[in-house]
Design a binder for this molecule. Structure first.
Ligand SMILES: NC(=O)c1ccc[n+]([C@@H]2O[C@H](COP(=O)([O-])OP(=O)(O)OC[C@H]3O[C@@H](n4cnc5c(N)ncnc54)[C@H](OP(=O)(O)O)[C@@H]3O)[C@@H](O)[C@H]2O)c1
Length: 268
């Protein structure tokens, strides 16, 4: 634990920290002695988590920021101030639009791109520079199996997560020479409040095989030194969710569309 804090401390910045995987990252990092900067929109759950975490003897700062705002990264950097961020966890990034591309306002798709692409990139740039200069640190960019190809009603989300994967791979290549670890933690379906809400709104049952946020945070932190990619639940020596040929890619789209028939049907 002391080694972890020495490499990735003294402060960790977590986006989407008010619930689910983000809150679990916060709890587990606090238990390892890292101070935390917790970012989300809603102040009340952030304050409650900060109070819980402060009892573990670490410092905790909250920042209510909408990651889709054009100045989100500026706001976060201002909230961080002079604190040394040794670990960036870019966790928030689900698609809550729940519709086909053409059936939603373009502003909502732009907001998703702003959160997953622009804000993520700006945070990685700002805090990555400081980590490189300091000679240690880490980044966990939380991704999705959606990154491996477009899917019905999820084209923008898939594209944004493909960006995150490619950014993580590029950063991993750059920063490994500076003792900075980068991991794209590519998740499958996970039991978060946000995912439960999507399932409820689309009339789907809660599957009994969702990953738990506790496991996601624990395994994500364990995998951090072994980037650039970890595919949830998959060994590192198999292709996992990644199809190659055009035929394979087409088959994947159709297969997942059938698997999510209820969700896709609602969207259509
Ligand atoms: N759950 C799954 O099944 C699943 C599957 C694959 C990948 N993932 C990935 O795992 C990550 C976490 O997913 P999740 O299911 O927990 O949903 P999420 O909506 O990405 O994360 C929820 C957290 O993010 C915050 N948040 C959401 N939108 C925000 C915004 N515009 N500005 C600031 N904070 C915002 C929420 O707090 P506030 O509401 O207070 O802002 C909450 O703390 C995402 O990157 C997602 O793509 C999830």
């Amino acid at each position: 634990m002391a080694t972890f804090a020495a490499k990735y401390g003294p402060w960790a910045l977590i986006t989407g920290a008010s619930e689910g995987t983000g809150a679990e990252f916060a709890r587990q990092l606090a238990a390892m002695g890292l101070n935390l900067i917790l970012v989300a929109r809603r102040e009340a759950p952030l304050a409650a988590l900060a109070a819980e975490i402060s009892e573990k003897g670490v410092e905790c700062v909250t920042a209510s920021v909408d990651l889709t705002a054009s100045d989100a990264a500026v706001q976060i950097i201002a909230a961080v101030g002079a604190r040394d961020v040794g670990l960036l966890i870019a966790n928030a990034g689900a698609d809550t639009n729940g519709s086909l591309f053409l059936d939603n306002d373009i502003a909502n798709w732009e907001a998703l791109v702003a959160m997953n692409v622009t804000t993520t990139m700006r945070l990685a740039h700002h805090f990555g520079q400081a980590m490189r200069a300091r000679g240690h640190g880490g980044m966990v960019l939380v991704g999705s199996g959606a990154c491996y190809g477009g899917l019905n009603g999820m084209g923008v989300y898939c594209g944004s997560k493909a960006f995150v994967m490619n950014l993580a791979e590029g950063l991993w290549a750059e920063l490994r020479h500076h003792n900075v670890d980068v991991l794209n933690l590519i998740l499958g379906r996970t039991d978060t409040p946000a995912h439960r809400k999507i399932l409820k709104e689309s009339g789907q049952p809660i599957p009994d095989n969702l990953a738990s946020p506790v496991d996601v945070a624990r395994i994500g932190l364990e995998q951090l030194p072994h980037g650039p990619i970890y595919n949830w639940g998959q060994p590192n020596d198999v292709a996992g969710y990644a199809p190659n040929s055009p035929d394979d890619r087409r088959a994947r789209i159709v297969m997942i569309e059938k698997m999510s028939a209820a969700y896709a049907g609602k969207k259509a």
